[in-house]
Design a protein around this ligand. Structure first.
Ligand code: ADP
Length: 538
């Protein structure tokens, strides 16, 4: 099979590039065909690319990969990319599953895999922050905190093997009160496309003691330029963490009927605006509750319907009856002192008692007054509200067939619940019509909802799932919404929705791209950002 080459590069030049990369990082840290060397993927593979391909015809495969260990190596690699004008595709740990993994948008890009840059530079217990390199995973940070017995509960997303830095840059989120990672970021170091190093905020001051304490700095904040972007390579990131509380309460609220969703969401978001609920509640539908049920009869009811079509609603209703649960369940937690947590719970009970059929449940964990809880005092939970990392949800992805994958459709909606319900009804019907199951993973915040629809598909269903995605997107846009994050196949489409004043924002970002990365060497096409010279968009 002929090698995949970077665009515009012949094989002889490509070999020179690989040799020079090898001089920078050592031969062991160059993958000359992208078929090995990545961190283990969900199916045990070490190849670079998308583990869950949606549209095989796009052929988004890299030509090679390079794994630096030092910032100076990243600088040298970027300079080499400019010398030969070949595209890099930056990943930190490459676990961006459901959104493209390590696959580049431009076929033949060289993956710049930063997972070997895995230093935890600092964890400050007193001020509750961490400064990490790109390769540090949520497991790494959690284990560090446990080993050093620090009174901190770092946030984790649903699956803990991803990069803290990569997840934050993608505006990912986790489950502690500091779970909105992009809002908790404070301090950033970046290698620019010309190889220069810049620090944002207070870090711009030589020897700064407030790198991860005050985000503002003096003058414009540039941190945002490097979110979901291709304007630089982030090599250090500061993040605020949740201090371990004295008292903790896991909470659940269920409402019985499908049409109770607006009540559930509006009540939660109001309680969040008032800081009574501190972390983002996640909302599951019946299907999701089935997968987490410990009752074997539930699986007996739904599993005969696993295959290449959807589980009928009548079957889900039967499963709901078996579980004795509501249609929707919200899960969150309370953190603080015993007095505060119990007072918050009373307010929560009072607010939810307005709708009959609402069921509340809680479980507390406490320590002697003055002592802080460890996550092990609580133990593993279905949702990692304390920050214990897990890989459990990966198991779910096989239910339609071995080697299965997922993608997430993730629109941002207002937090009243009314808009969410209207959108949900359309999206659910689209999903059923396409022969897939609607799996709800809605995340409520004070002023928005991230309405994640997780679509699980068997390997042969990728294209059909991709078609569903496009329909979901068109429906959402018609209703006035777009996504906060997306798979590489849809980045141009999402970027096109941000069209105020003839796309003034995109034009501005393109000027930055042309100015700082005139050769377009860093992640071309990321988030729909291309150099103006590019006419053939992948
Ligand atoms: P994770 O392992 O946390 O899922 P990835 O390493 O897959 O994260 O990165 C997700 C995305 O974030 C990448 O596709 C890339 O666009 C962006 N990204 C990751 N690391 C960096 C970085 N160090 N600098 C700039 N962008 C990055």
């Amino acid at each position: 099979m002929a090698h995949i080459l970077p665009p515009g590069i012949d094989n002889a030049t490509f070999q020179n590039i690989l040799n020079e990369l090898s001089e920078i990082v050592g031969e062991a840290n160059v993958s000359r065909d992208g078929l090995s060397g990545s961190l283990e993927g969900p199916h045990g593979q070490h190849t670079y690319g998308d583990a869950y391909v949606l549209q095989p015809a796009n052929g988004r495969d890299p030509s090679a990969a390079v794994r630096p260990r030092l910032v100076s190596e990243v600088q040298d690699i970027v300079r080499l990319a400019n010398k030969y004008k070949f595209p890099l595709w930056t990943v930190s740990r490459g676990k961006n599953l459901g959104y493209g993994g390590t696959a580049p948008i431009v076929r033949g890009s060289v993956v710049l895999d930063l997972h070997r840059m895995n230093k935890i530079i600092e964890v400050n217990e007193e001020y509750a922050y961490a400064i990490v390199e790109p390769g540090v995973s949520f497991f790494d940070l959690y284990n560090y905190v446990q080993e050093k017995r620090l009174n901190l509960w770092p946030s984790v997303p649903a699956i803990g093997w991803g990069s803290v830095l990569g997840n934050t840059l993608e505006r990912g989120f986790g489950y502690t009160p500091n779970g909105e990672h992009s809002q908790q970021q404070c301090g950033m170091e970046v290698v620019l496309p010309n190889g220069e190093i810049v620090r944002a905020g207070m870090g711009a001051m030589e020897g700064s003691k407030t790198f991860a304490l005050f985000k503002g700095g003096f003058g414009p904040s540039i941190d945002g330029l490097f979110y979901q972007s291709n304007l630089g390579i982030v090599t250090q990131l500061g993040l605020h963490l949740t201090p371990a509380p004295e008292h903790y309460m896991t909470c659940e609220v269920s409402v019985s009927r499908e049409e109770d969703l607006p009540f559930l969401v509006s009540t939660i978001s109001d309680l969040m605006r008032r800081n009574i609920i501190q972390n983002s509640p996640s909302i599951s539908n019946v299907l999701r509750q089935c997968f987490f049920s410990r009752d074997p009869k539930v699986l007996e009811i739904i599993s005969p319907h696993f295959g290449n079509t959807c589980i009928p609603e009548t079957v889900l209703a039967k499963a709901q009856k078996q579980m004795g649960c509501g249609f929707w369940k919200a899960q969150f937690a309370l953190y603080g002192t015993v007095e505060i947590v119990r007072a918050s719970w009373s307010a929560i009970e009072r607010n939810f008692s307005r709708l009959s059929g609402t069921v509340l449940w809680k479980k507390e964990a406490t320590n002697r007054a003055g002592d802080f809880l460890t996550t092990m005092d609580v133990g593993p939970e279905e949702i990692p509200h304390t920050g214990i990392p897990t890989l459990e949800p990966l198991k779910l992805l096989e239910y339609r067939g071995p080697g299965g994958g997922h993608t997430c459709f993730s629109p941002i909606l207002p937090p009243s619940g009314r808009e969410l319900y209207a959108w949900y009804l359309t999206a659910k019907q689209r999903t059923i019509d396409a022969g897939f199951d609607f799996f709800a993973d809605f995340h409520v915040y004070a002023r928005y909802v991230i309405a994640i629809e997780l679509v699980v598909f068997a390997p042969a269903e990728g294209q059909r799932c991709g078609d569903l995605y496009r329909n979901l997107l068109e429906d959402a846009v018609q209703q006035g919404y777009s996504e906060y994050r997306t798979h590489i196949d849809y980045m141009d489409a999402i970027a096109s929705h941000f069209d105020f004043n003839k796309g003034a924002l995109r034009k501005y970002v393109q000027v930055l791209k042309d100015t700082f990365d005139p050769n377009g060497v860093i992640s071309p096409g990321k988030s729909g950002i291309w150099n103006s010279s590019v006419s053939d968009r992948a």
